[in-house]
Design a protein around this ligand. Structure first.
Ligand code: GLC
Length: 819
């Protein structure tokens, strides 16, 4: 099998094929050639190799591969020869299906697992997927087709599916539009979009994965193709959903649900999850373009500590460098970076620096010299270097799709790491070039030995840059966890980095978009995401900034950032009234830190998204298909942020079951809407009945205080609810060797008792010995407490909010609180 570039040979068509309807014209230059798309013809036979079945129409071939019980991959080879297996998104396609069957009938073939069946219609070569109740979940509208024609610019592959009237769609990464994307059309082509607008497309990332819900059943389509891809969700035609690419192979995974959560977890099983970030990375981060010189950064740090506003990370944007040369310092602004970073760290601040891919063309600059000598920079088709202007002026750009270049790039961080830098922010990696936008399509890339032009490599360039950064830092940090952020990325980028949504705007609509984009990223595989709090360009007023801080508390990654030509944007910049509220909410983030960290573990280990939109919580409730204003963080805390100026109350829908108002601890009935007050110093937050929510004592930064005890808020429930809690060293990879504690709590009550059970796994032993458990919402005044069979003598009086506090050893197995 050979790798073909984007212009394969034109096919030859038999007279029979021509008569069967492939449309052709007589071209005076190259004779008969198709000007329209070529469709698969009837199936003439099949072969099987392990878990793959190859169906042929005489010239084209289609592979149906059973990946697991719920995942089936489809590939098309128009001329019968498949490209060599290679994907940046799916590094290793593990074979997980053990049992499957194959049946042939007069009309069709059927490849079936315990959960799904893939049917291939013999006459039309139409492919469809059924669940094990024989319900068709997803089916071709027309057969897969392609186009290879110089007049039309090359080679395109297409897939068109049927779309039913009630079908809704989600996913595709960072699209700044309504959460349900039915009726819309998109493309994936990573683009630097300064001050982007609602509905603008494309933005910075390329995530060709979507989720459909048809008749209450969720399924996913992951179109693993790094070329420019296009999606149409019943926009052009209400009964069609199409996806196509400007090159490469038509290769997609059908991922079965039936719940949206199953689909996302299975997508993670293909493309990976985020590794555990260092715990400090979950604190509050302060960024701006740019904090310099050193005195400015120091006074920023002092302000945080003097004002008692928690903060874990301060950022250096491009001005810390010498003439924007990556891996250098501007010694005028930062004369002794090592000393400065150490002093900041002593005060609990980590320093994160920006890095861009553009390397200044300067023969006196070591990075450029090395890159040039080693031939690590990208070249055009005529072998001339790819040059473009970015911050430093004339630049050349490493080819991160070359493993040797990635290795080299990783070593370049040595100086910064020796100086004490704790995290690296990867920017402009779409790649962005001033004037032209990006690289011309003819730029050549090594593509890990599967050479290709920029048409193939563009969408993965940023991901490979941050991969090189992450892997390099990991080696330099030894056993410590690196922290990286990236602006661009392709599916699977979550294995290497967190993501922020780029250059947004200080407006109320962007605040709402920020919430939608984070939810969308979360169901698209990228859980560790955040937005520039306050908006990057433009000027927020105090109210907007504060509402954004409130949303930020429940963004997996929480960072305020602003453009250089805006007014200062720190939590205290808008006056005392706002400062106090901002402090209260940033403190909330720190109190909830163990809950937030546990949600990260659930993501990392089990593939749960961190943010869960309403449609994922209750897929069967039709109104939830378009509900985009609320979500849960993890599976216990529901947030309904405020997106309107001056809003004093809002209607909040709570899913079925029982809930508690986080602030007042008032019990609330789910399955309906509630009118909730929204004064500026509050935001609607609800906790599921039965939840066990861990809390830390207030800290100014992660690790400031050694825990002597851990507190849990336990919300009474009369039906059984599981919660879990995760803990580890917070900054090493020991968790990969099972050095962690994962605790499971089960809460169940009735009119006269509340029982809490705990089980634990993992090898990590925290230093503290006791728990303080606060029981909320007990329907009775307790009088008896039994821990692991022994009655305890503790005061069980209700406080003013009818809560009761119980102390227990951290290893308890069962607590009974009785009337
Ligand atoms: C880009 C980034 C922005 C950064 C600026 C300067 O616009 O998106 O976050 O501050 O470049 O480096």
């Amino acid at each position: 099998m050979t790798e073909k570039e984007s212009f394969p040979e034109l096919p030859e068509f038999s007279i029979e094929q021509l008569e069967e309807g492939v449309q052709h014209v007589n071209n005076p230059i190259i004779g008969l050639k198709p000007i329209e798309k070529v469709y698969l013809q009837s199936v003439v036979g099949y072969t099987q190799q392990d878990n793959s079945f190859y169906f042929s129409d005489g010239s084209a071939s289609v592979e149906i591969r059973v990946v697991s019980d719920e995942i089936i991959r489809v590939r098309l080879a128009p001329h019968g020869t498949f490209l060599e297996e290679f994907s940046y998104a799916v590094p290793k396609l593990e074979q997980r299906a053990t049992v499957f069957s194959f049946k042939e009938s007069e009309e069709s073939y059927r490849v079936e697992t315990n959960t799904v069946a893939c049917l291939i219609d013999k006459k039309d070569f139409l492919i469809s997927f059924e669940d094990n109740n024989k319900r068709v979940i997803n089916s071709d509208f027309s057969t897969m087709h392609w186009e290879e024609n110089v007049d039309f610019g090359g080679y395109y592959v297409y897939c068109t599916k049927r779309c039913s009237p009630d079908e809704s769609f989600y996913g595709l990464g960072d699209k700044p539009t309504s959460f349900n994307i039915r009726g819309r059309r998109f493309q994936n082509w990573a683009t630097d979009t300064y001050s982007f607008a609602r509905d603008q497309d494309p933005l910075y990332r390329a995530i060709p994965f979507y989720i459909g819900i048809k008749d209450d059943v969720s399924y996913g389509i992951f179109f693993d193709n790094s070329y420019k891809t296009h999606f149409d969700f019943a926009h052009q035609d209400a009964d069609k959903t199409s996806f196509w690419a400007d090159g490469g192979e038509l290769q997609y995974y059908y991922i079965h649900g039936p719940h949206m959560m199953d689909v996302v977890k299975r997508y993670h099983s293909l493309t990976g999850t985020h590794p555990m970030p260092p715990q400090w990375a979950l604190g509050y981060h302060q960024c701006r373009w740019s904090y310099y010189p050193e005195s400015k950064l120091k006074s920023l740090a002092k302000n945080f500590r003097d004002r008692k506003i928690p903060c874990d990370a301060l950022y250096l944007d491009i001005d810390y460098m010498d003439g924007y040369r990556c891996f250098t310092w501007n010694k005028k602004y930062f004369p002794d970076p090592k000393k400065m970073i150490k002093e900041l760290l002593d005060d609990g601040f980590r320093t994160v620096v920006i890095i861009d891919p553009g390397i200044k063309v300067d023969d006196n600059y070591w990075v450029f010299k090395e890159g040039k000598e080693k031939k690590y920079f990208c070249r055009r088709s005529d072998d001339y270097f790819m040059e473009g202007h970015v911050w430093p002026g004339r630049c050349q750009f490493p080819d991160y799709t070359n493993p040797e270049v990635r290795e080299w790039w990783g070593t370049l961080f040595k100086g910064l790491v020796d100086d004490g830098v704790a995290g690296v922010w990867n920017d402009m990696n779409e790649p962005a070039v001033f004037g032209s936008g990006s690289f011309p399509n003819d730029v050549r890339h090594q593509y890990d030995g599967h050479r290709g032009s920029h048409r193939k490599a563009h969408n993965v360039y940023g991901m490979q840059m941050v991969r090189a950064t992450y892997d390099g830092l990991k080696k330099l940090f030894k056993n410590k966890r690196p922290f990286t952020i990236t602006r661009s990325g392709y599916s699977g980028v979550q294995r290497y980095s967190s993501v922020w949504t780029g250059d947004n705007l200080a407006s109320w609509d962007h605040l709402k978009l920020a919430s939608i984009q984070c939810q969308r990223l979360s169901v698209s595989g990228i859980s560790m995401c955040g937005t520039d709090i306050g908006g990057f360009t433009g000027e927020p007023d105090g109210e907007l900034f504060t509402r954004w801080i409130q949303l930020g508390v429940f963004s997996p990654f929480m960072r305020a950032h602003s453009a250089g030509d805006t007014r200062e944007r720190e939590p205290w910049s808008f006056g005392k009234e706002y400062e106090d509220i901002n402090r209260k909410f940033i403190e909330l983030r720190y109190r909830l830190m163990p809950y937030i960290y546990s949600a990260y573990w659930e993501h990392h280990k089990y593939g749960f998204p961190i943010l869960r939109p309403m449609v994922m919580l209750e897929q069967d409730v039709p109104l939830n298909r378009n509900r985009e204003d609320e979500f849960t963080f993890g599976d216990k805390i529901l947030i309904s942020p405020v997106f309107e100026p001056g809003q004093t109350s809002k209607m909040v829908y709570l899913p079925k079951g029982r809930w508690f108002d986080y602030w007042s601890h008032e019990p609330m009935e789910g399955g309906r809407e509630h009118d909730v007050l929204t004064p500026l110093d509050s935001m609607p937050i609800f906790v599921k009945a039965g939840s066990v929510i861990p809390e830390w004592p207030l800290m100014q930064y992660v690790g400031e205080i050694d825990l002597e005890e851990i507190k849990f808020q336990i919300y009474y429930s009369d039906y059984e609810v599981n919660s879990f809690y995760y803990e580890d060293h917070g900054d090493t990879f020991a968790y990969e060797q099972d050095i962690y504690t994962e605790k499971k709590f089960v809460v169940k009550g009735d009119a006269g008792s509340c029982i809490i059970r705990q089980s634990s796994e993992g090898l990590y032993t925290p230093r503290y010995e006791t728990y303080e458990l606060k029981l909320i919402g007990l329907p009775f005044q307790p009088s008896k407490l039994i821990i692991d069979g022994k009655e305890q003598q503790q005061s069980l009086n209700f406080d003013e909010l009818k809560r009761v506090v119980v102390k227990a050893n951290k290893n308890f197995k069962e607590i009974q609180v009785l009337r």
